[in-house]
Design a protein. Structure first.
Length: 77
């Protein structure tokens, strides 16, 4: 797909890092599958992957996690 940010590059399958913050919690997910723009690097995460990230983040916040860095589990990809 054509990148909606730079309007120049095409996206290709790759990986990105997603950082989510809520209140005092900061969660970083590494190696998240995404379509990444070859020109500007903007990453687009599929709806199913985003839902998995949000669910994992919600569980971490409920558990009282303040800072967490993790790689995305293969089951979430």
């Amino acid at each position: 797909m054509k990148c909606v940010v730079c309007k120049q590059g095409e996206t290709t399958p790759g990986q990105t890092t997603v950082t989510l913050e809520r209140g005092r919690s900061v969660l970083v997910f590494r190696r998240v599958p995404a379509d990444v723009c070859a020109n500007c690097g903007e990453a687009y995460v599929a709806e199913e992957v985003a839902a998995s990230l949000l669910q994992a983040a919600e569980e971490a916040v409920r558990a009282g996690v303040q800072v967490d860095v993790r790689e995305l589990a293969p089951a979430m990809a």
